[in-house]
Design a protein around this ligand. Sequence first.
Ligand SMILES: *[C@@H]1O[C@H](CO)[C@@H](O)[C@H](O)[C@H]1NC(C)=O
Ligand SMILES: *[C@@H]1O[C@H](CO)[C@@H](O)[C@H](O)[C@H]1NC(C)=O
Ligand SMILES: *[C@@H]1O[C@H](CO)[C@@H](O)[C@H](O)[C@H]1NC(C)=O
Ligand SMILES: *[C@@H]1O[C@H](CO)[C@@H](O)[C@H](O)[C@H]1NC(C)=O
Ligand SMILES: *[C@@H]1O[C@H](CO)[C@@H](O)[C@H](O)[C@H]1NC(C)=O
Length: 562
Amino acid sequence: MNAKTMRIAVFVLSFIWLVNGELLEADQDASVPEDWILVERVGPLEEVELIFALKQQNVNQMEELLKLVSDPDSHQYGKHLSLEEVAALVRPSQLTEKVVQNWLQSHGVKNCHTVVTQDFLQCVMTVQVAETLLPGTKFHRYRRDSHTLLRSTSLYSVHEDVHQHLDFVGGVHRFPPKGKDISKGWEGARQSALGYHLGVTPSVIRSRYNLTAKDVGTATNNSQAVAQFLEQYYHPADLAEFMSLFAGGFTHMSAVERVVGTQGGGKAGIEASLDVEYIMSSGANISTWVFTNPGRHESQEPFLQWMVLLSNMSAVPWVHTISYGDDEDSLSDAYMNRINTEFMKAGLRGISMLFASGDSGAGCRHLTKERNTFRPSFPASSPYVTTVGGTSFKNPFKLTYEVTDYISGGGFSNVFARPGYQVAAVEAYLKSVQPLPPQTYFNITGRAYPDLAALSDNYWVVTNRVPVPWISGTSASTPVVGGILSLINDQRFLKGLPSLGFINPRLYKLQGKGLYDVTEGCHLSCLDDKVEGKGFCASPSWDPVTGWGTPNYPALLKALMD
Ligand SMILES: *[C@@H]1O[C@H](CO)[C@@H](O)[C@H](O)[C@H]1NC(C)=O
Ligand SMILES: *[C@@H]1O[C@H](CO)[C@@H](O)[C@H](O)[C@H]1NC(C)=O
Ligand SMILES: *[C@@H]1O[C@H](CO)[C@@H](O)[C@H](O)[C@H]1NC(C)=O
Ligand SMILES: *[C@@H]1O[C@H](CO)[C@@H](O)[C@H](O)[C@H]1NC(C)=O
Ligand SMILES: *[C@@H]1O[C@H](CO)[C@@H](O)[C@H](O)[C@H]1NC(C)=O
């Protein structure tokens, strides 16, 4: 059986359960990614942790409010809400709470925790109970390297009475995506053999983006965060060594202020080291938090768990950068729509969410032997986050201008329509750039990304006490941009202004002001004879490869200081 017939079989089988209930997330890909190995069927008395996403109220109202507080031309610009105010808006109806609670209680599920917004319930129960609660599920243990988790690879239904009160149940499907290979080791080694030995360090970043020694954080209440979910840990000693080796000439911190979640005891991951080292170099002297694998119960969905955690903490940093993404086509619409409302909640609170655009250019999905399409990634494709692409120096040995890094993720969502703030920019691109890739490869009406970019090529990172060169990826550019937005927040706080919050509506109104436009180069895509590995190309003004371009700090600060 190939994957497709398998999915159809699973789908048909699941209908048997319709007698008791209705499918939630019928469009979720429940197949096992090839890098996960089946270990065993899980015993009935083993425990599993599930997250119930309860239907929220006033989602449309929240979306309208987000537009107002993020639009610099609105009287409500910057009038952000506290978590408690967000809770008053979205909290599920009493009926929803009651129905879901009764349903759980009637199955003997007692060990549940809720959040301030009351819209998530995180519950531990035995596998036996979970399988009766969610007809269709059958939990197995899977392993990838040293990481194990519980998942069901058949779709699930819920009792018809609760169906309308839930968005989805977390911890059943969705394997954590594979961390990317962010080292261009071979290419780097080749350059080194030719005698070049230059790479991106904090001083390169700071001079390219026009940060002077004075451009560091000074406000007492400022903070920024990186979030890590893929069994990635940073090591405090690596950070300290990185700062002493590379961070001369500007005031900075050399330790993380707060770690939320559990850091594993294993080796440091390059990606985690990269995030922390660079957000603390561009956002220098700003208090930095690391969110890492919150909750360690087997079967968790760490990304979802992080979103749940944000709805339970009234004070969280103002800027979050995240290098995490999954193929849009592997996720259910119900899940993505709900994650979007979680991003709206963050935006309403004045929090900026920055996601890496991905490292596979436009991506490629093989539909049939003959037919390919590009493959957007989520949350990069969400209309409610700011997505960061990647660039490299035109001349890798000089602080020259930037061109597209061919890996820079970008393209058009197949799920989310183009949000109002980017309509003019994207239409201008579509009109002026010819030829575009064939329209069978992408959905021309979708949310287009990224929104902006920064250098993503040839970074130095210290990991496991060793300085490592040639690290590349949009996981490098994202914390750099995050740190720069934190510096702008800092200046705003000193003037008594609110945080930037969800910046896209304002960013698109700037029309590129405060950014270096990136106009050269194309990113990669399907290696077939129709597109020959080429996706979209950069162009003057906004493009779906580097967005509006890369930050010129003093100019961007000036444009965002009211
Ligand atoms: C949310 O925070 C409260 C208070 O600290 C705690 O009791 C509860 O368990 C938390 N919820 C979750 C899902 O962790
Ligand atoms: C660094 O930040 C602290 C507040 O966290 C501030 O008191 C100090 O002046 C800052 N250092 C510089 C050089 O601005
Ligand atoms: C710092 O921020 C917290 C919320 O994040 C707020 O409650 C507090 O009043 C702020 N303090 C100052 C001095 O602005
Ligand atoms: C194209 O995107 C829109 C949302 O903008 C969506 O409704 C539609 O289904 C998508 N079409 C395809 C073929 O994916
Ligand atoms: C930024 O730096 C470049 C190169 O050093 C310089 O030419 C430019 O004037 C600077 N821009 C601003 C706005 O300060």
